[in-house]
Write a protein that binds this ligand. Structure first.
Ligand code: SAM
Length: 519
């Protein structure tokens, strides 16, 4: 195996060292591990192959430019219309989109979450495509990029609240009867456990008014406002004490918006020292407040076809192109080969660290999804629970060794994650144009003090598929800002990693359109 070490070039501040990992096949170039270091002042040494030097210098320049973005404003309030776990800062996709694409180019996020990449691409005049298996993600990403008529929406929000409030008092019995047939038994049990009776009646009366709206864009906007009053860190108007942690807890007792005690609930195994009483705010007031707030947040994208943020010079402001967002599995991207200029995405953490569905089902049950349906959806999530049958050893050597070093159960779970990520990387490679770039923001974990080296392993997998010279940049997490899971036996690092994969400009015949089958 020959390694071409072409040059030793000083790279600026944050990059302090680069290493070639001996474990991996390096025929196609080398894996560079770039570690950022806050205290580093000096230059560093990189060893790069001739073929990739120019591209690598450009990409490592981006990674070198700093990716923490703490204490910086995100630049667009639209990102704030609904809570979502583990969002990445908008500056990450914005940096790569501005550096690597031109207006009119196509940017994909195959696991779009709250739609950060989709929105940034839209604001910068790129064609944005986004997929996710989470129905809330699809609704949220669509709403964030759909201009609506501000005054009409404001008037409508007041009308919804007036009529729903009226129905709450006048048609209570009828709404209760509707609630009895609205869900199957399992879903109804879930709703009865997590929502007080009065909140259920109030939510159903608001929902009935939303359903009356004919304009689909306005209807979706109000559904997001509706969902946003339930999914908050503190569980919103539900009886959940918090929804930011892996397992929500129900409050012991609650007081409603009129000061009445509306429930005495007992919860075995409740964590000691937690506050057991919750004040449930009026769903009508919460909804109206949220509509007003979200209308302000969304004003920027509703104000015209040009960007209006202060961060982009006027000459760079471009016409916006309606994004395509829909349900879709990143392991089977519904796109033709070689049509994407740039991918910017962040997959779920390994080992089911964030159970998106656990929180999202609190509002999705109101938006027409049953618990069984959501349980089926959940199996499609990358990193979800469950294991694959045995190992097929289709992953590169270093990766398999690390999996086998773990105890069997954890090893199989990690193997499942890597196999799914291999499918995602294979699909990403297929849809990228030759010369295109894919940016994956990923976390790492430790088990019993042992680092799992997930970024390096994903790079090795990417390289085995055909990506050349993956780069790894490091960013510190701002834990104050992010909705992160509580720590479990698996410890998350206080950093995350920005992996940059390049598809070679000339791909040998057949390889782009016929990616390797994954194990
Ligand atoms: C870390 S979040 C993405 C956050 C996003 N970057 C943002 O800023 O909001 C990961 C997303 O991957 C989605 N996901 C998980 N498995 C998927 C799959 N097989 N196909 C598509 N999306 C998937 C989850 O639903 C979740 O929304």
């Amino acid at each position: 195996m020959s390694r071409r070490r072409q040059s030793i070039s000083p790279v600026k501040t944050r990059v302090i060292f680069v290493y070639e990992t001996g474990n991996y096949d390096t025929n196609n170039g080398i894996i560079l591990h770039i570690i950022s270091h806050r205290h580093s002042k000096g230059g560093s040494i990189t060893m790069i192959s001739v073929d990739h030097q120019v591209a690598l210098e450009r990409l490592s320049g981006i990674l070198d430019g700093g990716l923490d973005f703490h204490d910086q404003k995100s630049g667009n309030a639209v990102h704030r219309i609904h809570a979502f776990p583990a969002k990445f800062p908008p500056q990450i996709p914005r940096t790569f989109i501005q550096s690597l694409t031109d207006p009119g180019d196509t940017v994909l996020d195959p696991m779009m979450g709250s739609g950060t990449t989709v929105l940034e691409s839209f604001l910068l005049g790129r064609k944005a495509i986004g997929y996710d298996v989470d129905p809330l993600s699809v609704l949220l990403s669509k709403t964030k990029t759909t201009p609506i008529h501000q005054e009409e929406a404001l008037a409508l929000s007041k009308e919804i609240v007036r009529r729903a409030n009226d129905a709450f008092y006048r048609w209570r019995k009828e709404i209760e009867a509707e609630l009895c047939v609205f869900w199957d038994e399992k879903t109804r049990d879930f709703v009865n456990y997590w929502f007080s009776r009065d909140v259920q009646i109030a939510l159903k009366s608001i929902l009935n008014e939303i359903e009356r709206i004919e304009d689909e864009d306005l209807k979706d906007f109000f559904k997001i406002c509706f969902s946003a009053i339930i999914i908050t860190k503190t569980g919103g108007i539900s009886l959940a004490l918090d929804l930011a942690h892996t397992r929500p807890h129900r409050v012991r007792s609650a007081i409603d918006w009129n000061g009445n005690v509306i429930g005495q609930y007992s919860e075995a195994g409740f964590p000691p020292g937690m506050f057991h009483l919750k004040r449930i705010r009026s769903p009508f007031e919460e909804f109206e407040r949220r509509c007003r707030q979200n209308l302000m947040f969304i004003r920027d994208i509703s104000s015209g076809t040009r960007q209006t943020d202060f961060f982009t010079p006027f000459e760079e402001q471009t016409e916006r192109i309606t994004p395509h967002v829909s349900y879709g599995d990143a392991q089977n991207i519904p796109l033709a080969s070689s049509c994407i200029d740039l991918v910017v995405t962040s997959p779920p953490y390994a080992m089911n660290a964030i159970d998106y569905m656990r929180a999202h089902k609190f509002s999705l049950v109101w938006l027409g999804y049953s618990i069984s349906n959501l349980t089926t959806q959940r199996k499609k999530y990358i990193g979800s629970e469950g294991v694959m049958d045995g190992y097929s050893h289709s992953l590169p050597g270093g990766v398999m060794e690390s999996v086998e070093r773990l105890d069997r159960k954890k090893g199989l779970a990690l193997y499942k994650y890597y196999s799914e990520m291999k499918n995602v990387l294979t699909e990403t490679f297929r849809v990228l144009k030759p010369g295109g770039t894919a940016v994956f923001v990923v976390g790492d974990s430790t088990i019993r003090g042992q680092c799992l080296h997930i970024p390096e392993h994903l790079c090795a997998i990417g390289k085995s598929i055909g990506f050349s010279s993956p780069l790894i940049g490091t960013r510190r997490l701002d834990r104050n800002r992010r909705m992160m899971p509580a720590s479990t036996k698996i410890r998350r690092m206080h950093e995350e990693y920005v992996l940059v994969f390049s598809k070679p400009s000339s791909v040998s015949p057949g390889s782009a359109d016929a990616p390797q089958s994954s194990g």
